[in-house]
Design a protein around this ligand. Structure first.
Ligand SMILES: [Cu+2]
Length: 773
């Protein structure tokens, strides 16, 4: 169909050749990352799996032999990454996750497998850490590496064995003198998910040492009332997080839901629905659902024998790309100088809507799609904007953006974008329905989404019909410049192509209305269709009129937003009425001067200061001046000392006032998300109302990660529900976290005698007596 259409319209031979090439090469074109094969859930009741009815299968061991379940194998993995400087693919060997159950998954992808989950499901998988010295590797891995031309000498240069004494686990890695190291030790974090932080769930204080055949079992009990949305997972071992995430160890975690909003018990309140139910086509099937893992893999080049090259950012034929330590990892200048690109599902400047593999469905004009962006890097803030390609900017180029950008270096990107993408015209409008995976109260119509490290943004897009008789129109999805103080790079960068898109003519609907109308129509008709289904089954549909009225009133999604408001409805006066706030917490990032000292143990080092006012203190004390230097706040590097623990109480709602003493740092806290109350600039201006600010449209939005610009106060509120235990908050510039910009947090059950004051007092006393021994 595709090539017939092209022939009929007389598109140039060059583009025909290119399309044919793309179709024949299985690994060309952007597709969703492969899904982790979950296997039989050996802990589920027999009725679900049928396993226990199988003859001879009676014990847990037998079940395991029969079906090993989901596995993530951490190992050195070969990937091929396009280097547009030279227009060739580099061979890189990185710490990566393989899915041993899915041999069909493209082997050269750096992105980790996508994990799909449902509310109420327990997600179980085993991590095997095979980052072992050569002589301890399982035979099959040693054979794999040898076959791929990687021998013992080179292998041990790429992942040198390191002394990581288990006795020092909580010590050497997690004390005030902590420093990066132990790059072959790992663990796992479900970023943004609301789950148990302890045991073998979302426990980032756990250490998985390398060991052949050792299955580290993870069990994530996704509660039945967990919101559906876009989350992600990555290792979170202190001292190694940045190195491992920079190697591509991050994957999407998608929670799908099919809940329809219904009134609460006794008619009080309501149970929110999942936005997923509104995102279906007239035939009831879901609209295209694209996942974009944005990774920043800053590999260096090594000679074929594994020795470092002087020209570390230019791999020649036969060279090996790898990330071996922190020496050249991260840092604004390093990233820019490296010429590396943000990869999208492991691809550099590739194209969406081409190819014929599963997951490479075409993008059709006027058919809405859900795009889930996940910022899994830390080197570069990303401002996503979508522009049409210019019509025939130069002979042949209009239909081969992919070919053009696969050979356009980072430094040439800005010029080439100006030449072939219509960046002088308006960008495409997108509709953000969820921030950090959590459905907004109202979709935000915008022409740009700023993604900071750790952020997610779910947007709905609908492309217009290609002009004239053209069969397709291409688009440039670019990373536009951000001002320095708004970004992790700290300086204005130039435009880069993230990926291009081929949009096909919609023959079934010649006249396509504007995107807002298409999206409204899609959501409303899905609501009506599903309500009719429910009505036939005798299920509650009383929310339908409110849902439709909300959609009519500017795509409001009140019934699909999973959290209740912790803020006053609109005004500062209402917010300040302290209706729900138990504690006010001041928190400040402070990098001090260690940035110049490299990664040797810096002193005093980056840290996060924190101080707490209980509600009663706070009402007596005067409102802390948002512009004051917060002299009382003590900066503390990551530590497990009890007196430096931030103690929270289950059931409390706290207000967090976030600031930075130097440059911008993204704040992230595990387990419970927070609601943005206000973001105040230096002049007292509310930046959530300023279209030029990255905070625009963020008022009342729930998130788990938020950039704290210098000269800005970010005020958020969080309610601690269900889960007690220890976890962390930290800067999501991961090398900062590894250097100590992280704090230990613990949620305690309420009712402890003396409350939080008592815990803090006891912790101080415990630390005092520990020191005197
Ligand atoms: Cu930071």
């Amino acid at each position: 169909m595709q090539s017939k259409g092209l022939v009929r319209c007389g598109v140039s031979l060059a583009s025909l050749f290119w399309v044919a090439t793309a179709l024949s090469a299985q690994e060309e074109g952007i597709s969703n990352p492969p899904t982790l094969r979950m296997g039989i859930d050996r802990n589920a009741p027999a009725a679900v799996t049928g396993v226990r009815e199988a003859p001879g299968v009676t014990s847990r061991t037998a079940v395991r032999q029969n079906d090993p379940g989901a596995q993530l194998e951490l190992r050195l993995k070969q990937a091929r990454i396009q280097d547009p400087k030279k227009g060739i693919k580099d061979t890189v060997w990185l710490r990566g996750y393989a899915d041993p159950n899915n041999s069909n998954a493209p082997g050269n992808l750096v992105a980790a497998p996508l994990i799909k989950a449902l509310p109420g499901q327990t997600v179980r998988f085993d991590i095997y850490n095979h980052l072992l010295p050569w002589d301890h590797l399982p035979d099959n891995l040693r054979q794999d590496y040898t076959r791929a031309g990687l021998g013992k000498d080179v292998y041990e240069k790429l992942i040198p064995p390191q002394e990581c004494d288990p006795a020092h686990d909580a010590g050497s890695m997690n004390t005030p003198n902590s420093r990066p190291g132990c790059f072959n030790v790992t663990n796992n974090h479900f970023h943004g998910s609301w789950v148990n932080p302890a045991g073998n769930s979302d426990n980032v204080l756990r250490s998985l040492y390398p060991g052949a055949g050792v299955a580290h079992e993870y069990e994530y009990n996704i509660p039945a009332d967990h919101p559906a949305g876009t989350f992600w997972y990555h290792p979170h071992i202190h001292g190694s997080t940045a190195l491992q995430v920079a190697s591509g160890l991050s994957g999407a975690l998608i929670v799908n839901g099919d809940r329809w909003p219904v009134p609460g018990a006794n008619g009080q309140g309501f149970r929110s629905g999942d936005i997923d139910v509104l995102l279906s086509k007239p035939d009831g099937k879901p609209i295209p659902d694209r996942v974009f893992m944005l990774q920043q893999i800053q590999y260096e080049c090594f000679k074929p024998d594994g020795t470092p090259k002087d020209d570390k950012w230019n791999c020649a034929e036969g060279d090996i790309g790898a990330i071996v330590n922190y020496e050249n990892l991260g840092g604004p200048k390093n990233w820019t100088n490296s010429g590396r690109f943000t990869t999208v599902n492991g691809r550099v400047a590739d194209m969406l809507g081409i190819g014929s593999e599963p997951g490479q469905e075409k993008v059709i004009a006027g058919q809405p799609e859900r795009w889930r962006f996940i910022h899994a890097g830390f080197n570069d803030s990303i401002k996503v904007q979508i522009y049409p390609a210019k019509p025939n900017p130069e002979k042949g180029e209009a239909s081969s953006l992919k070919a053009l950008f696969s050979k356009t270096s980072a430094t040439d990107n800005d010029r080439t974008i100006a030449r072939v993408c219509d960046v002088d015209g308006p960008p495409l409008k997108v509709f953000e329905i969820a921030a950090d995976g959590l459905t907004r109260y109202q979709a935000l119509e915008t022409d740009a989404r700023v993604l900071q490290p750790g952020y997610r943004s779910d947007v709905l897009v609908s492309f217009p019909q290609p002009a004239g008789n053209l069969r397709h129109q291409d688009y440039c999805v670019i990373d536009s410049p951000l001002k320095g103080e708004a970004s992790v790079e700290g300086s204005v960068d130039s435009r880069r192509l993230l990926f291009s898109v081929r949009v096909e003519r919609n023959d079934a609907r010649p006249q396509i209305p504007e995107a807002k109308v298409v999206i409204h129509e899609t959501l409303s008709s899905a609501a009506k269709r599903l309500a009719a289904d429910r009505q036939r089954q005798g299920l509650d549909v009383s929310k339908l009129p409110a849902i439709l009225a909300d959609l009519d009133a500017g795509l409001k999604l009140e019934n699909f937003s999973p959290h209740e408001r912790l803020t006053g409805q609109t005004t500062r006066e209402q917010e300040d009425a302290w209706l729900h706030v138990d504690n006010v917490r001041l928190l400040r990032f402070d990098f001090n001067n260690s940035v110049q000292e490299g990664m040797s143990p810096p002193s005093p080092g980056p840290g996060i200061g924190h101080t707490r006012f209980s509600r009663s203190d706070f009402e007596v004390a005067s409102d802390p001046d948002p512009q004051a230097p917060w002299a009382k706040v003590e900066d503390v590097r990551f530590s497990t000392r009890p007196d430096e623990l931030i103690a929270l109480q289950l059931g409390d709602t706290d207000e967090w006032r976030l600031r930075t003493a130097d440059f911008a740092h993204p704040f992230h806290i595990h387990i419970n998300p927070f609601q943005v109350v206000r973001v105040t600039g230096k002049d007292g201006k509310d930046l959530t109302q300023d279209p030029a600010s990255q905070y625009f449209g963020m008022k009342d939005v729930y998130k788990d990660t938020i950039m704290v610009e210098s000269d800005v106060e970010v005020v958020v509120r969080s309610h601690y529900e269900r889960y007690v235990g220890r976890f962390v908050l930290h800067c999501h510039i991961l090398p900062h976290e590894d250097k100590g910009m992280m704090r230990l947090v613990e949620i305690f059950d309420p009712g402890i005698p003396g409350g939080l004051d008592g815990i803090e007092k006891r912790n101080r006393e415990a630390a005092g007596s520990a020191h005197s021994h």
